[in-house]
Design a protein around this ligand. Structure first.
Ligand code: KG4
Ligand code: ZN
Length: 341
């Protein structure tokens, strides 16, 4: 089955062709980062308009790259939520219109299920069951995964998501959007141990997270440095490192807890923050000490992309699921509501 995947939940237009027999045939992405950078974050109206502009040229591009024609496509998968409603509607309308014109089925995919399954596109994919740490701009969740659609939420952020904490902290420190990669870049040159920030909610039991206090702590530290005349590039790097280490260690402590609590040995990390090298290394060390394994996607498939949507949609389509001919998206959508395969 050849599936066209469309991702438009936020600020990236992602299009891919995934074949259930041959694997991923083509993948194309247009990132709107430059468009939103001037505003310090995503402007929903601009995002929607740009998705409209990019969608059809990207579809043509993946067809050319894969050496396919439109009539080869068996079904279309699109992101139906969670995300920005206007942006989601672009992908949903385009998918349903093409599905109607080509007389093929369409399926709405849950964006976080897409992220969760992205490591399945790698050469050594994880096997069920596993614990998944979903860390994106909008979500921080620990989930027990027993199969596609068999999700048990173990813990989540009570306030900011991990990616959101990176982005907001970076903005407070005068860094560019998106802040995750910026902080990671500065942290590489940071002095270990110069600042040590709190590891929120690790001193009590449970698997929930809270990152908003850490963001304020980082801002206060940075402002104190500035007011004492020490706002050098090195100090910025040292603060960035302390912040990143606090996030990474907090996530690692909770992942270790989740593995122990469930008795599972495989950990999957997915979503934009799973591209963070320090996080990957820390989770690799932790799982190795437990004689377990950690799985993640290549960096381009950690952040938003069409390949994960094509893959997740394909699995559900193969199981006989598809959508009515209606354009419906959801800004909020708990992943536990998804049907099991
Ligand atoms: O999954 P994603 O592309 O979009 C959402 O579904 O939200 O995640 C984007 C988030 C942003 O907050 C971005 O700053 C963060 O992932 N991010 C990173 C890194 N690369 C992207 N955070 C930390 N380190 C990175 N290397
Ligand atoms: Zn995402």
């Amino acid at each position: 089955m050849l599936v066209l995947g469309l991702e438009t939940s936020c600020d990236e237009t992602g299009v891919a062709l995934y074949d259930s027999e041959r694997g991923l045939l083509a993948d194309a992405l247009f990132s709107q980062i430059d468009l939103h950078r001037a505003y310090g974050g995503v402007v929903p109206e601009l995002a929607s308009r740009d998705h409209v502009k990019r969608m059809l040229p990207l579809i043509r591009q993946v067809l050319d790259e894969a050496g396919c024609v439109a009539t080869d496509i068996d079904a279309i998968a699109y992101t139906a939520g969670p995300g920005l409603v206007g942006a989601l509607l672009v992908g949903a309308s385009c998918a349903q219109a093409l599905a109607f014109a080509w007389d093929i089925p369409a399926i709405g995919v849950h964006h976080m299920e897409g992220h969760l399954l992205a490591p399945m596109l790698e050469p050594a994919p994880p096997a069920f069951p596993f614990v998944a740490l979903l860390v994106s701009g909008g979500h921080t969740q620990l989930v027990r995964v027993d199969g596609i659609g068999q999700y048990q939420l173990l813990g989540e952020s009570l306030d900011d998501a991990a990616g959101e904490a990176f982005d907001k902290t970076a903005k407070l420190m005068g860094l560019r959007y998106p802040g995750g990669p910026e902080i990671a870049r500065l942290a590489e040159r940071g002095t270990p141990g110069r600042f040590v920030f709190p590891r929120p909610m690790t001193d009590r039991p449970g698997l929930d997270f809270s990152f908003s206090g850490l963001k304020t702590f980082t801002l206060n530290t940075w402002q104190q440095c500035q007011s004492s005349g020490d706002d050098s590039e090195q100090t910025r790097c040292d603060v960035a490192l302390a912040f990143q280490q606090a996030v990474v260690e907090t996530l690692t402590i909770k992942c270790r807890r989740a593995l122990k609590q469930t008795g599972l040995s495989s950990l999957v990390i997915a979503g934009g923050v799973s591209a963070n090298r320090a996080l990957r290394t820390s989770l690799e060390d932790m799982t190795a000490a437990l004689k377990g394994n950690v799985f993640y996607a290549r960096p381009a498939f950690c952040t938003d992309n069409g390949a994960m949507i094509a893959y997740a949609g394909c699995q559900r389509l193969l199981a006989g699921q598809h959508e009515e001919l209606a354009i419906s998206v959801q800004a909020r959508w708990p992943m536990e509501q998804l049907p099991a395969l």
